[in-house]
Design a protein around this ligand. Structure first.
Ligand code: ZN
Length: 88
């Protein structure tokens, strides 16, 4: 009895499929790139899907207590989209 996810094609993909995640705040201009280690920490905290991760992400520079929806630009890089090393 699962409810359909948000209509984002990547919403139900897993964080472990990500190789990195670029997050930019349009409000203050702060940007960061989450690498595999940061993503793994999120998994340790119980976040598993890309959709959950997007909900968790906040700008670390903007003051807290403001409405949850900041103007964040989130750009994922998926492992399978990266060129693979060919084994000779
Ligand atoms: Zn910000």
């Amino acid at each position: 009895m699962k409810r359909p996810p948000v209509d984002h094609p990547d919403a139900m993909r897993l964080i472990i499929e990500l190789s990195s995640l670029y997050v930019a705040c349009d409000d203050c201009g702060h940007s960061r790139n989450l690498g595999v280690e940061s993503l793994r920490k999120a998994v340790d905290l119980g976040v598993h899907s890309y959709m959950q991760l997007c909900r968790k992400i906040r700008c670390s520079e903007c003051p807290k207590g403001l409405p949850a929806f900041r103007n964040l630009t989130i750009r994922p890089t998926w492992r399978c989209d990266e060129p693979r090393y060919s084994i000779a």
